[in-house]
Design a protein around this ligand. Structure first.
Ligand SMILES: [Zn+2]
Length: 379
């Protein structure tokens, strides 16, 4: 029989006689408690790394607006899609602080018809900022929403809730299992600012007091580069074109809204017009057809009813025809204007024969000139 060794339990601190030399807990209860604590450590690490991402900052901000974390999708697939829309929006904006596009709700966040717009990817769309601001929080239809009068109190956001409290509620709502899978699949990026600050925390001992927390990402990168003797890492990208973003979002949302499928097919041909002609189009017709398509489709993306493709096509052709006619009228007006200016010019010129008479040929010898011609001659 093996000798029992006396040990101290790592959980409760009690002394116990271990039957195996590797034992570290006094009982099953303490072993289970230790396992739970390990899991909780992992969970809090997951929470910390996710809460440092731009995506979770977005979720937190949107939940605060909605007053509940119930707007966050709990299905892995939806969460991953929402993340990809979030990433696409950043790319479309070329990571610039002055935004061209923003993520807009189809069903507004503000309670409308008794419901709150959710963060389900079928309710979120990348739209030009200008369009969004002009259409405001008007509800055009469709989207995805939750009942505003059946909110669970455990998921409500109170006025005093800080960022961490809201993130904890989001975690509770989504659940650790889904969040782990989400992190693995989506690989959400840590906020650039947090990343840069972490570098200074880890690597750098500054001999001057510099308020790093008050610096922008660009400033931090420049400082880091000067300290390491490298070039600052600031990529510059171009902002995506409106027609490109529109086509992307139409395609994505057509999965949730099958009525958009024929529209996507039709618009793809219009959008290719743009790609083909961007360098040379002077034909007002193409341009107007294209502008009209953009103007018609933005509200449809925002939730307005989808008319038949034939209706859209007709509206665009009418715009093209009107534009060609307007251009022709404008050219005709210009031609008439030029003609009348031409006439006015010749009318203002003195009679050509009189004008020639009063002049003298420069080569005419002086002795052949009359006294009057001599007096008047400028040469
Ligand atoms: Zn114990």
């Amino acid at each position: 029989m093996a000798t029992k060794t006396r040990k101290r339990c790592k959980v409760c601190g009690d002394r116990f006689y271990a039957s195996r030399s590797t034992a570290i807990y006094c009982s099953d209860t303490c072993r289970k408690a230790a396992d739970r604590a390990k899991e909780e450590d992992k969970d809090s690490a997951l929470l910390k790394s996710l809460s440092n991402t731009g995506f979770f900052s977005y979720l937190t901000y949107q939940c605060k607006r909605a007053g509940t974390v119930e707007v966050v999708p709990t299905q892995l697939e939806s969460l991953v899609e929402l993340h990809s829309v979030y990433v696409y929006n950043n790319k479309a904006n070329a990571y610039k602080s002055e935004k061209e596009y923003e993520l807009s709700h189809i069903h507004p966040v503000k309670v409308t018809e008794g419901r709150i717009g959710s963060l389900h990817p079928s309710n979120i769309v990348v739209q030009p900022l200008k369009f969004n601001r002009s259409h405001g929080s008007k509800y055009l239809g469709g989207g995805h929403s939750i009942n505003a009068y059946r909110l669970k109190s455990e998921y409500k956001i109170d006025d005093g809730d800080d960022r961490n409290t809201i993130i904890k509620k989001i975690f509770k709502r989504i659940g650790v299992t889904t969040l782990k899978q989400f992190k693995k699949i989506a690989k959400p990026a840590t906020l650039a600012l947090i990343k840069e600050l972490a570098w200074f925390d880890r690597v750098c001992l500054l001999d001057k007091t510099i308020k790093l927390n008050e610096m922008s990402v660009v400033q931090l990168r420049e400082l880091k580069a000067s300290l390491t003797g490298t070039e600052p890492f600031n990529l510059s990208f171009s902002v995506y074109a409106h027609h490109e973003v529109l086509l992307h979002e139409l395609k994505r949302l057509s999965v949730h809204r099958p009525e958009l499928i024929p529209v996507v097919e039709w618009y793809a041909t219009i959008a290719s017009l743009y790609d083909d002609s961007v360098w040379w189009w002077n034909d007002a017709g193409d341009k107007s057809m294209f502008d009209m398509a953009l103007a018609l489709l933005q509200p449809i993306l925002a939730g307005a009813d989808t008319p038949p493709v034939a209706t859209l096509q007709l509206a665009c052709q009418n715009a093209a025809t009107a534009s060609v006619e307007a251009l022709a009228a404008e050219n005709e007006a210009k031609r008439l204007q030029a003609e009348s200016e031409n006439e006015a010019f010749w009318a203002s010129v003195p009679d050509i024969d009189n004008w020639l008479d009063s002049y003298v040929d420069i080569d005419m010898p002086l002795k052949q000139r009359t006294q009057e011609q001599i007096d008047n001659c400028p040469f």
